[in-house]
Write a protein that binds this ligand. Sequence first.
Ligand SMILES: Cc1cc2nc3c(=O)[nH]c(=O)nc-3n(C[C@H](O)[C@H](O)[C@H](O)COP(=O)(O)OP(=O)(O)OC[C@H]3O[C@@H](n4cnc5c(N)ncnc54)[C@H](O)[C@@H]3O)c2cc1C
Length: 434
Amino acid sequence: MIKERFDAIVVGAGPSGNAAAYTMAKEGLKVLQLERGEYSGSKNVQGAILYANALEKIIPDFRDDAPLERHVIEQRLWTMDDTSYVGMHYRSQDFNEERPNRYTIIRAQFDKWFSRKVREAGAVLLCETTVQELLRDSRGKVIGVRTDRGDGTVFADVVVLAEGVNGLIGQRSGLRAEVRTDSVALAVKEMHFLPREVIESRFNLKGNEGVVIEAMGTITAGMTGTAFLYTNQESISVGIGCIVADFEGSGQTPYGLLEAFKNHPSIKPLLENSECKEYAAHLIPEGGYNAMPELYGDGWIVVGDAGQFVNAVHREGSNLAMTTGRLAGETIVWLKRRKEIASKANLSEYRRRLDETFVMKDLKKYKNIPAFLHGTRQVFGVYPQLLSRAAQTWFRVDGTDKLSKEKEILKSFRKARTMPGLIGDAFKLVRAWR
Ligand SMILES: Cc1cc2nc3c(=O)[nH]c(=O)nc-3n(C[C@H](O)[C@H](O)[C@H](O)COP(=O)(O)OP(=O)(O)OC[C@H]3O[C@@H](n4cnc5c(N)ncnc54)[C@H](O)[C@@H]3O)c2cc1C
């Protein structure tokens, strides 16, 4: 394959791999990036919201030429039952700032752009190249990779595993356990095309302003999951995902849930007359802090989805991927400058740096949320229904006095979930949230 030895090999060209490769190549390291897809982004799926802050720390002037769709000025959070939603909307003119904070993007275009930056920084990218296993020396230190190319071995001081959620190389090499079905969500997503002006009038937008909707409730048929709808310039991304273990024996399919979501009376008018041109499915690691594998060892380091770096509560993944990729890259550059080897002890600097960022702080904060959501199914069925009924009782003007309405709402809560049940769920939520 390639005879020269590299400072680092990066497996994968998603946001985490690109961030790592860019960070190291920019500082003059010899970097080889291997991607099994035809091009960077060809295999990747995301909603997608891009959180600017993480990318700004890597490419400060990314807004000059990155393919951005709309900047988000309005966030809608919906709790849905079969006919209604109870929502919280936050819209602010302040989000029309000079350097907006969140954008919708289309991953295939965005990843291609990021990959160009990586190559311009000096990294070598080989696409259509699947890494099959890690190579080790007699002491067990990782010294390179074997790929599916003819003479497919290539050597480096350190291998960055940015291979995404399945982490197959890590698994095959005994660095991590198989991903558990209760720690990953299976998400499906469609792209619906509409003229720009239709999107702007439907969502009350001007120019490149955008709206995003995150939804939960009976739309996931009692399973742990959420749905989304994001506005792009001339398309709408719509999707839904649930924990894989929940699908087993449920009789539900991801596509069936998406169809039902698209046909919900609150969603259907937003997609009316659109043309669906793309369909994709992908896993999302949602096990959080407690599901994290080992993050580094002798000659290897894990970044992005491969390390379960997703904050499912806040729907953040790509920013954690880019931040972990950058920190891994910076750690490797730091070791190189000090002429130190990529031993397990030295790479522990990566973990030290990670612990100081929002990535670990947030994942630690929410470490009990996945178990709470999985163990409290009422969140995805009974509570959305109760909320909706309460709102309807409250808003309907029908000659009933307000005190009686309050009593009726309280009674419906007690009947559906008993007082100890309600208090218990609230207590568990507060404990998991802290
Ligand atoms: C439906 C959906 C919606 C989402 N929405 C959002 C959102 O709105 N905002 C957000 O921040 N995050 C979102 N996420 C999460 C986000 O997409 C991920 O966190 C992010 O893509 C992780 O980046 P990564 O580089 O670690 O992995 P990936 O993007 O999965 O990239 C891994 C790369 O490695 C390559 N690869 C794998 N194995 C090999 C191998 N053996 N050899 C060579 N190459 C290999 C793959 O082809 C791929 O290109 C969403 C995810 C999904 C599925």
